[in-house]
Design a protein around this ligand. Structure first.
Ligand code: FAD
Length: 410
């Protein structure tokens, strides 16, 4: 049996950032990270990989190099949580005792929930930026598209980076124009939701982009099956008259699959049991502390925090979690408070980006002294060059959140 003071499940964006901040503040802490993968991925650049603007290999680094000095890496999957006995059980049969637990295992991609998708993905025009191994095929498909019907989908579940399903579509539209095939192409965006984006100021700009690009948007239209052999996509379309099934023939389809909390979270006592948070780690939306077990915290995609799931949100959550965990350890009051800050850099074409920052109230919270509801070349450069650099060299190293420094917060 292993035993550590602080056990972190997941060594992705959230797990590594929190570990690095904890050990920067107090190098004497005993921190263990349970993470099965020997690679760490900068997922936000997968959209650029799919758009031919970034090499997939450049989004991947050795996990060993990301684990902060002083932390213990347990290379294993967590499979069961027993919060009543402060224990985590792993796939390799280890039992790990903890005093404090931080859950950051990310989101689970449920490829299997779309019939035929697992068989069809990665060939014959069926692509997705939602996995390292498939993102390069998105670019291959877009680059070689001879014209026809191109579909881009958004599922009926919460997903990571809510803007990603449409960002790749705008890049595809530009690429088709550059290759002279846009005139013989029909671009369709199908979303299970009722709107284009939850924040009205950014939605207004996106609707202008969609009109300019002549994209056909179908709302409340949820992909449920891919027929790879006949190149048909089957959807449930909801209207005032009820739900009907429609089938669209495609020449390429970019699929954003349904997602959910990891199964071992859903099956544990740490998951919320009711409401929209059901299945996700049940934490207080302001303090990030578990609503039942005070020695448990969570951040990132697996948490119940009702904001858009992004690495930028993790960047804002980490210092709050760290401050509040350290307060619990010294029996102080919890002063760290998270306002739902998240950021979705909405690529609207090559060299164009709407830097959408917002909070729990879906109100814009711009960092820069420009009109961030408008497309900007500068923000595109930030997405392509500055943000990856900040991720690897600042965020994962435990440095303070630059935005907070700009805003005069700790
Ligand atoms: C195509 C795409 C585009 C995106 N675009 C953006 C963007 O533009 N801006 C932005 O800010 N964000 C973007 N994101 C989202 C961002 O990558 C995630 O929100 C962020 O990585 C969440 O951090 P996390 O720590 O919660 O999860 P992750 O970073 O996914 O890390 C989870 C870790 O947990 C590990 N794990 C899983 N299961 C277990 C287990 N059972 N036991 C132990 N460890 C486990 C995984 O191996 C992984 O390392 C994008 C994501 C994708 C896929």
């Amino acid at each position: 049996m292993l035993s550590h003071q602080i056990v972190i499940i997941g060594g992705g964006a959230g797990g590594i950032t929190v570990a690095a901040q904890l050990l920067t503040k107090n190098p004497g802490l005993d921190v263990a990270i349970v993470e099965p993968s020997d690679k760490h991925y900068y997922q936000p650049a997968w959209t650029l990989v799919g758009g031919g603007e970034y090499a997939a290999e450049d989004t991947r680094r050795s996990e060993k190099d990301c684990i902060p000095l002083g932390a213990t890496w347990i290379q294993d999957y967590a499979v069961k949580l027993d919060p009543d006995n402060n224990a985590v059980f792993t796939q390799q049969g280890q039992q790990i005792q903890y005093k404090y637990l931080i859950l950051a295992p990310g989101i689970q991609i449920d490829w299997h929930l779309i019939k035929g998708l697992k068989e069809a993905i990665g060939k014959n025009g069926v692509c997705s930026n939602y996995a390292y191994e498939y993102a390069p095929y998105t670019w291959e498909t877009i680059k070689n598209f001879p014209g026809g019907t191109a579909i881009f989908t958004f599922p009926a579940t919460p997903i990571k980076c809510g803007g990603a399903p449409q960002k790749i579509m705008y890049l595809a539209d530009d690429a088709f124009r550059n290759n002279g095939v846009r005139d013989k192409s029909n671009i369709i965006y199908t979303t299970a939701g009722p709107g284009i984006f939850p924040v009205k100021e950014y939605a207004a700009s996106l609707l202008q982009v969609i009109a300019r690009k002549k994209i056909d948007v179908k709302y409340r239209c949820n992909l449920k099956e891919i027929k790879g052999d006949t190149k048909e996509a089957v959807f449930d379309l909801t209207t005032d008259d009820g739900v009907s099934e429609i089938t669209i023939k495609y020449d390429m389809i970019h699929v954003t699959p349904p997602m959910s909390a990891p199964d071992f979270i859903k099956e544990s006592k740490l998951a919320a049991t009711t409401g929209p948070a059901k299945g996700w780690v049940d934490v207080n939306k302001s303090t990030l502390q578990h609503n039942v077990y005070p020695n448990v915290f969570s951040l990132g995609d697996a948490s119940s925090l009702p904001t858009s799931k992004t690495a930028a949100a993790v960047r804002a959550q980490a210092p709050v979690l760290v401050a509040n965990l350290l307060a619990v350890m010294t029996s102080d009051s919890l002063n760290g408070s998270y306002d739902g800050y998240t950021c979705c850099p909405l690529i609207t074409g090559y060299g164009k980006l709407i830097f959408a920052e917002f909070n729990y109230e879906n109100r814009p919270t711009p960092t820069f002294p420009i009109d961030q509801t408008q497309e900007s070349y500068l923000m595109w450069l930030a997405k392509k060059y500055l943000l990856p650099w900040l991720y690897w060299n600042r965020m994962l190293k435990g440095h303070p959140f630059e935005r907070n420094l700009l805003k005069g917060k700790k």
